[in-house]
Ligand binder design. Sequence first.
Ligand code: FES
Length: 104
Amino acid sequence: MIQINIHSDSDVKSLEIPNDIGINLMELLKAEAYETIEGTCGGMALCATCHVKVTDSIPSLSEPSNDELDMLETLPFIYYESRLACQIKLNEDIQQLNIEIIKN
Ligand code: FES
């Protein structure tokens, strides 16, 4: 199981999902109806409408790819913890994620 704590406004939602669910974080957040997560490009790292902050993870996530970094740099502002949710695969490599939904 993967524990995911989602911070949005002053709210925190905690989910436990199977690690063989076969989706990425963007798809999960869309399914949970977070409206600011649009995922316009369908997870191709081409739109940055799935921008989130990953404030903590167990174990640490691998570094973003050059394609992910290039797309993040097109945003008006980014954070040290910024990631594209579509590039985070929810699989057995992750035990826990703490993320923050960024308001547009
Ligand atoms: S869904 Fe387009 S960059 Fe993530």
